[in-house]
Design a protein around this ligand. Structure first.
Ligand code: ATP
Length: 461
């Protein structure tokens, strides 16, 4: 177990080992944006695959869609985003740095004043809260800032032919609601049922930061789970919370780092019955990992009003028509990747050295097995190792590596979290067996080549 897990350790391992790079580094970086490198993209895809399997493919009551990022501008009026998707910002008059007003106030006072602009301005004017950048206490008033990114699109104009703004979706959910009717008409879904989607979302965050925790371009995995307005929703809401926590555990999170935060009733939107966030104990504090909200029939009713279309469900048993209510469990992809990285990181003292090892759950490990010839300059070993690699790669994501001494190759695979390393040595040519090393125990086992694929399949199950 790593003594003290800092963000610096994770950020530096991610860069050194090809998980995550600062984007546009050659231009001096850009707006806290990051690129997923070769191992990062495998890790992220594995997390998305695990989620899709758990919540879509394994469930008869949930179907998936993949909608566009640029959607009809009316959608965001109906959803309330044009008018109200705001955060509060405040500037330090001395150093001109900009902050989230509610974060600055909460960090200093412990009070959550989100939404109370006047209250936050009053607290800031008292002069006790210092600028985290320069230490001054000279603030502007807190004011609201709409977080949607705007762009233009050919042919999207008002009656006078003037371009009107088109928005990059700030959440994936919008695309789900506008496809509600198409899913009802094309699939044999019956309430309760869910529509799931994974995709990019964009928010012009006032301050992005904490590595990939708060980005301006990020990915979400969301479900709109439609229920009858008369259904007893509380047990289902609790069940969804448990499924969210279960998913966090499946990507490696430890139970003791997971907690819940229920949004106070007075802070909920008028239509919401309950919102609970699944929190995670990050090195920079306990912060939101996932969320779930009961959104009543707000979205479907609004979209029906703005589109002029009926968005109702006809209950085949009772013959009654109604607008379903909805539970909205939402999962951040990038925050899931961050949790997987943090939870996997371990440092072990091995003699004089410290071994850094990423103990990912095998299902999300970027590479499942690495194949090495013991020596690079022995063609018969290299050839055999390549042959084994070619066979294994049809079943698992594998890597072939003949670079550097074997100890270095093991260390590299430990740092990218590869569960098994397979080494071809001189004995292999005689006994037709290889050495398989386990990432976590470092134990080595001799396995016959003809049994290798089956052996690894069972271990990786
Ligand atoms: P926060 O309070 O941290 O800003 P939020 O409550 O606005 O988050 P939601 O609107 O509930 O977030 O979004 C659903 C999920 O999307 C979050 O639980 C989180 O995992 C992820 N998410 C939201 N904003 C960001 C962001 N800027 N960068 C990365 N992930 C994000």
């Amino acid at each position: 177990m790593a003594k003290e897990l800092t963000m610096d350790k994770i950020v530096s391992l991610c860069k050194r080992r090809g998980f995550i790079f600062p984007a546009c580094e050659i231009y001096g970086g850009f707006a806290n944006a990051y690129s997923y490198g070769p191992y990062g993209v495998e890790l992220k895809n594995n997390i998305k695959k695990l989620w899709w399997k758990k919540f879509v493919q394994d469930r008869p009551d949930i179907v998936g869609i993949d909608g566009p990022i640029l959607l009809h501008p009316k959608l965001w009026e109906a959803s309330g985003h044009v008018g109200g998707f705001n955060d509060a910002m405040v500037d330090c008059k001395k150093c001109k740095k900009r902050f989230r007003a509610d974060h600055i106030v909460e960090d200093a006072t412990g009070k959550d004043m989100e939404g109370d602009l006047a209250g936050m301005s009053k607290v800031l004017a008292e002069g006790k809260i210092k600028c985290p950048n320069c230490g001054a206490s000279d603030w502007t008033e807190a004011r609201t800032f709409n977080m949607m990114f705007k762009t233009e699109m050919n042919g999207i104009t008002d009656e006078e032919g003037k371009s009107i703004p088109v928005y990059l979706r700030p959440e994936t959910a919008g695309a789900i609601f506008v496809d509600f009717k198409n899913v009802l008409d094309s699939m044999r879904v019956k309430v309760p049922f869910g529509i799931a989607q994974i995709g990019k979302a964009f928010r012009n965050e006032i301050v992005a930061g904490n590595f990939i925790f708060r980005l301006r371009e990020f990915e979400q995995m969301e479900i709109e789970y439609f229920i009858s307005p008369e259904a007893k929703w509380e047990p289902l809401f609790e069940q969804w919370l448990k499924w969210q926590e279960e998913f966090a555990l499946e990507i490696g999170a430890r139970k003791e780092n997971i907690s819940r935060y229920e949004h106070p009733k007075e802070k909920l939107s008028h239509y919401s019955k309950k919102t609970i966030d699944t929190m995670y104990n990050f090195p920079f504090g306990i912060k939101e990992l996932y969320g779930i909200a009961h959104r009543s029939d707000f979205d479907l009713t609004q979209h029906a009003k703005f589109s002029g279309q009926k968005l109702e469900y006809l209950d085949p048993e009772t013959g009654k028509r109604y607008v379903p209510h909805v539970l909205e469990p939402t999962f951040g992809v990038d925050r899931s990747v961050l949790v997987a990285l943090l939870a996997a990181y371990d440092e072990e003292a091995t003699g004089e050295e410290t071994r850094t090892v990423m103990k990912f759950p095998k299902s999300i490990a970027p590479i499942k097995a690495a194949v090495f010839p013991l020596l690079k300059n022995k063609p018969e070993l290299v050839e055999k190792a390549k042959e084994i690699f070619d066979t294994l790669k049809t079943s698992f994501v594998c890597e072939f590596d003949d670079n550097g001494n074997i100890g270095k190759r093991y260390r590299r695979q430990d740092e990218i979290g590869t569960p098994y390393c397979v080494t071809v040595d001189f004995e292999t040519l005689e006994d037709k067996a290889v050495t398989v090393r386990d990432r976590d125990t470092m134990k080595q086992e001799r396995v016959k080549i003809e049994e290798l694929e089956k052996y690894l399949s069972e271990k990786l199950k």
